[in-house]
Ligand binder design. Structure first.
Ligand code: BES
Ligand code: ZN
Length: 880
């Protein structure tokens, strides 16, 4: 028999190229081309039903004069859609074709009207992208590429259209019908149906389209803008949740006033709506005038929400509101520019939260998040620049690098320019780019032109991945009274970027006298832009202590030559609160890293510094709580060459226990300190509560029985969820009778409130007991565990993945559990599943046994048939 393969294979030269598997397509920034066709207007008609929604669209399309490509094929993106009818200029068209999910139409001229009918099933939409059903209502999520799951469209952010939306549906099921812009008409449609029509006067990309239909009630209010226009505000929730919406409303009004005051930005429509939904992939979404929120970032009251929840609500409400300018009025040209809107808007929400709270505490918390999430990303296999060069699935690029490092880049611009020049730059940016889809280059150009300052060297922060490490050493010439600061910078290679260039690094630096504790050289801004650089300070009359990267002026790792004694001194004397915090952290970190390496640990400087902090009369309690918290297991792991999670955990627990016993009285006093009624949300009251629980944690490390009594008392008497959750969080890691009693009491009281039940799952997934894996496995079979709800999935699997010691359990069962979760979740909701992958990413850094088991689980996930593009990308990059 002849060899079938050789006889049937076509000649290699003439063989048509195999169509690329859709799973493997990589999109590159350098391939950007302007759209061939524009869609200045779109009219949408929805006949709404939970299981069947008919979508009729009319697009006015015209050739883009700025496009070099003159093909007469119009490509309309689609995902899972089948056209039920297509019309061109009013005549039925049947010579359309499909390419993957996309619809291709041949157009004879330069300007046409396209009509398309499709039918979709919102109830079957478990990805929660496009139009979906949640808790009996219908809502949309279109960013980044969800609109193509609703109808065929050039679904890219540089195609801006004016939207008219008409929706019709059952009036009893969907009494409220919302979309973007203004409601221009409404009426009855017979048979118990009704309809509403909405017009949005601002052209917008498809990712900002939104629609909501459901049985919702509004919390209404108004806001009068700087120029005296009255805006109607409404937060839409289920009726039972109305009492929990006031904080979000107050936050919205604060944010609106803040954006006027700080950026000169006024709201631009007569209505602003926020809707809370139970099932949501992210935190919230900035759809023009119709923000849609995960209910976790809307609903709060004293009984069910912690101080952190209240702060997060204010932050997220402000963030989405701020997007009205930084995102909606000026949008992104392509998804590689995502940080243009997200990095800038995170910087804006961080500044807002600092202004309405405590700036140093907010800065410490932002840096903690950056270090916990972005630094590991930058040092692992998923490292990418703030403006990435390529992606497979854009949803995977809503990362801490794009968001938080992106915000740090904007903050550096702010630091270098100063507030006035920065404002001139942002004014020019909004002015120039209003109504346009812009790039990160446009942003920097506006800052430069507005301020007159050259920022070109800083643009490397957009293109070069990796966290710079800066070595610093100070030399003192006592006779000449001169101090010389020697600086060296280095960036490790990252995937696709083997060779790194020096970066401009703004370092706010001061010198503190080691004898007097005074600031002997006032703060100055040093720009380190060479691989090595030296800077001199004059009039240095006593041996100096180096206070560098104050307020964390650059997102880098500082390796400064400073003795434990010097750090201890800085922790008390530095005038920059962040630098004081940093000195404490460094002191603790060195002890912990030494211990984890099996070296002798000198605990005394750490204990003395914590004792002095606790006893201080001048520091506020929130700062104290932040300053005395030990670096987490995973932060310690980031400093180790070979990670042994058990060793790290043991040394950290020993230090906590030593602190708990040696500072017992100070800690119990801090725990007992009063003056914070549950309804008092002032920064100082929040600080008292925070410190109360942090102190209790140290006591528990030394004496579980004593701490369990204190915790149970705190739990039983709690007049806020902060105290209740704090106490339960301490108990849940103990081996005491009070533990289960409190867990049961909590469940019994709150199991009907999904957001509080999420806390119950999360607390147990964060437990530092040796049986956490077993418990988490049990919880995954619990009656209330609902894998289709992203909040519930994250509260169990997401929290567990961040529980360093439990996830890295030596028997590998933590890895198997999370991998099982990823595989199961991927079949329903790839976006959320893919976000569970990163804890596996750093497998190479672990001791060989764990590294092998982690890798094995990644390979098992990769080999799963039918894997989504989302998880495929994260897993293959993690293995590469
Ligand atoms: N535009 C995003 C929401 C989004 C992200 C939609 C990814 C689709 C894919 C929104 O503005 C956002 O950034 N939300 C954050 C919260 C914010 C306070 C950083 C979120 O959802 O986590
Ligand atoms: Zn955002």
């Amino acid at each position: 028999m002849a060899d079938v393969r050789t006889t049937t294979l076509p000649d290699a030269k003439t063989a048509p190229e195999a169509p690329p598997s859709p799973v493997h397509v990589t999109i590159r920034r350098e391939d950007y081309r302007p759209p061939e066709w524009l869609v200045p207007e779109i009219a949408l008609k929805f006949a709404l039903g939970i299981e069947k929604t008919r979508v009729q669209s009319k697009l006015s399309v015209e050739r883009n004069p700025d496009s070099a490509d003159k093909s007469n094929v119009l490509r309309l993106n689609g995902d899972g859609l089948t056209p039920a009818g297509v019309w061109i200029d009013g005549s039925p068209c049947d010579n359309w074709s499909m390419d993957g999910g996309d619809l291709l139409l041949e157009l004879p001229g330069d300007r046409h009207e396209i009509g398309i009918d499709v039918e979709i099933n919102p109830a079957a939409n478990t990805k929660l992208m496009g139009l979906y059903a949640s808790n009996g209502m219908l809502c949309t999520q279109c960013e980044a590429e969800g609109f193509r799951r609703i109808t065929f469209f050039p679904d890219r952010p540089d195609v801006l259209s004016k939207y008219r939306v008409r929706m019709e549906g059952d009036a009893s099921r969907f009494p409220v019908l919302l979309s973007n812009g203004n409601r221009v008409a409404a009426g009855e449609a017979g048979d118990g149906a009704h309809w509403a029509e909405w017009h949005d006067p601002f052209p917008k990309p498809s990712y900002l389209f939104a629609l909501v239909a459901g049985d919702l009630k509004p919390n209404r209010d108004t806001f009068t803008t700087l120029s005296g226009r009255k805006v109607d505000l409404a937060i839409w929730v289920r009726e039972v949740d109305l009492p929990k919406t006031q904080h979000a409303m107050d936050s919205l009004k604060l944010a609106m006033a803040w954006d006027e005051k700080v950026y000169g930005r006024e709201y631009d429509l007569d209505q602003f709506n926020i809707v809370a939904v139970t099932d949501f992939n992210m935190g919230a979404m900035e759809n023009k005038s119709l923000n849609i929120f995960n209910s976790a970032y809307v609903l709060a009251d004293q009984d069910t929400a912690t101080d952190a929840d209240f702060d997060n609500i204010a932050r997220v409400v402000a963030h989405e509101y701020f997007h009205n300018w930084s995102g909606d009025r000026v949008t992104c040209r392509d998804w590689f520019q995502l940080s243009l809107k997200e990095g800038f808007t995170v910087f804006r929400d961080q500044s807002f939260s600092a202004d309405v709270g405590s700036p140093p505490v907010k800065r410490i918390e932002d840096v903690r998040v950056l270090r916990a999430v972005q630094f590991p990303e930058d040092q692992g296999p998923l490292a990418h620049p703030v403006r990435p060069d390529s992606y497979m699935e854009i949803s995977n690029f809503y990362t801490a690098t794009v968001y938080n490092k992106g915000a740090e880049v904007i903050r550096m611009f702010h630091t270098v320019l100063g507030p006035e020049n920065f404002r001139k730059g942002t004014d020019l940016y909004f002015d120039r780019n209003d109504g346009r889809a812009a790039t990160c280059d446009d942003f920097v150009a506006a800052l430069e032109d507005g301020s007159g300052v050259d920022l070109q060297p800083f643009k490397i922060w957009y293109s070069q991945a990796g966290t710079p490490k800066v070595r610093a050493r100070i030399e003192h010439d006592a006779e000449a009274k001169i101090a010389t600061l020697h600086l060296e910078q280095h960036v490790d290679p990252t995937p696709g970027q083997p060779d790194k260039q020096p970066m401009p690094i703004p370092l706010r630096t001061a010198l503190v006298g080691s004898e007097t504790g005074h600031e002997i050289c006032p703060e100055r801004l040093i720009i380190l832009d060479q691989a090595r650089q030296s800077v001199t300070f004059e009039n240095v009359t006593e041996p100096p202590l180096l206070s560098i990267n104050r307020n964390f002026s650059a997102p880098i790792i500082v390796e400064a030559v400073r003795s434990p004694g010097e750090l201890e001194r800085l922790a008390q004397a530095d005038t920059d609160p962040f630098a004081r915090y940093e000195a404490m952290q460094e002191l603790m970190m060195r002890a912990l890293v030494a211990g984890a390496r099996g070296e002798e640990v000198d605990r005394e400087p750490v204990i003395r510094a914590i004792g002095a902090t606790l006893r201080s009369n001048s520091l506020d309690p929130a700062f104290k709580a932040d300053a005395i918290l030990l670096p987490s297991d995973s932060l310690i792991a980031d400093r180790m060459d070979v990670v042994d999670p058990d060793a790290i955990h043991a040394v950290r627990e020993q230090l906590r226990s030593a602190i708990g016993s040696e500072l017992h009285d100070e800690l119990v006093a801090a725990h007992r300190s009063d003056g914070a009624a549950g309804d008092d949300l002032s920064p100082s009251a929040k600080g008292v509560r925070r410190l109360r629980t942090v102190a209790l944690g140290f006591v528990a490390a030394a004496d579980q029985a004593e701490a369990a009594e204190l915790a149970k008392a705190q739990f039983d008497r709690a007049d806020s969820m902060t105290d209740r959750q704090g106490a339960l969080g301490v108990l849940v890691s103990t081996d005491t009778p009070q533990r289960q009693a409190a867990l049961n009491a909590f469940y019994d009281r709150f199991h009907d409130d999904p957001l509080v039940l999420d806390k119950w799952f999360a607390l147990q997934a964060a437990s530092q007991r040796p049986d956490t894996v077993d418990r988490v496995l049990e919880l995954s079979r619990h009656f209330d565990f609902v894998i289709t709800n992203p909040n519930r999935l994250r509260s169990l699997a997401g929290t567990f993945g961040a529980n360093h010691w439990a996830f890295h359990s030596a028997d590998g069962r933590g890895y198997a559990f999370l991998a099982d979760m990823i595989i199961a979740a991927d079949k329903l909701n790839p976006q959320v599943a893919a976000r569970l992958v990163p804890p596996f990413g750093r497998w190479r850094r672990f001791e060989p046994k764990r590294a092998a088991m982690m890798r094995q689980q990644l390979e098992r996930i990769a080999a799963t048939p039918g894997l989504s593009k989302d998880v495929y990308e994260q897993v293959t990059k993690s293995l590469a």
